[in-house]
Design a protein around this ligand. Sequence first.
Ligand code: ADP
Ligand code: SF4
Ligand code: MG
Length: 311
Amino acid sequence: MSNSTLLQVIDLYVNYRVVRKFTDITSRVRSAVAGVNFTLSEGETLGVVGGSGSGKTTLLKTIVGVLKPSKGEVIYRGVNVHNAKGELKKKIMAEIGYVPQEPSQSLDPRMKISSSVTEPLRALGVGKSDRYERARYILKVVGLSEEVLELYPRDLSIGMLQRVAIARALITKPKLVLLDEPTSSLDISTQAQILNFLREMKEVFNLSYIIVTHDISVASYLSERLAVMSHGTTIEEGSVDEVLNEPLHPYTRVLIEASKLKEIEESLEEASAGCPFINLCTFKTDVCFKKPPPQIAIGMRRVKCWRYSSK
Ligand SMILES: Nc1ncnc2c1ncn2[C@@H]1O[C@H](COP(=O)(O)OP(=O)(O)O)[C@@H](O)[C@H]1O
Ligand code: SF4
Ligand SMILES: [Mg+2]
């Protein structure tokens, strides 16, 4: 382990016990993480990319200590996260922040934002006035006004809720922040805001991130290294440039193609007057910018594209 090593995930396996029926005493084991290894250095960001059900959320919950491994270890600054006790455990809890998937579901709807944001400090035994002072500071950092503390989750937009979830993760002054699909519930412009904001937070607080997402372009934007995950294990790992420009695994190629398709869809959403395909079309002419294309008949076929217009 080098001096700058922050986290080691060693041969990690995590199983869930699934009860088939409420009345059934037998249960079977579902493997969710099945052999994950990686090392994260201080200040580094690792993007973990994979489809739904590949084990990303389970991996993060195990790193943060919510779930226990069936096999393997999570070592944070030389200490096994799952064996730590007392003050050492509190120190690790403070140093690893966690932004769960779906901020709207991770914040208790019955709790004021002030209670949700200060919860991690309460768990560490920090006194009320210190908790609230820190909450006011951290809310300002994430770009929200102090008044938000007195509101409930239902009063906030999804983008604001995500900022609250990030504030809650940052309130304990962590070194490492785990981000579970931080942009997947947001619209395109809010996604960009949150990604830029996460980059800024990384600089300001000298953070390391593990970001898990199904979108390889989101992971690439924040990360230095990428790990591609499928069926509970990492199937490819490398620098962002290596993985994007020379993917080794066929599944990585599929993820890259899927993210290109998403970019095309986004460029369609952004198009305004004229033809909606203008951002991706290589045949466009002046008229395409000015008027939506009419339907043109070519024999028995129909197409809406100025290219086939005789005018
Ligand atoms: N609480 C649970 N009980 C049983 N199985 C679960 C539970 N949570 C997740 N799983 C299963 O574990 C696998 C990995 O899930 P998850 O870690 O949520 O993947 P991802 O975040 O990549 O979508 C999936 O097959 C999922 O159905
Ligand atoms: S009208 Fe046809 S040629 Fe013009 S931008 Fe649209 S798709 Fe391209
Ligand atoms: Mg998930």
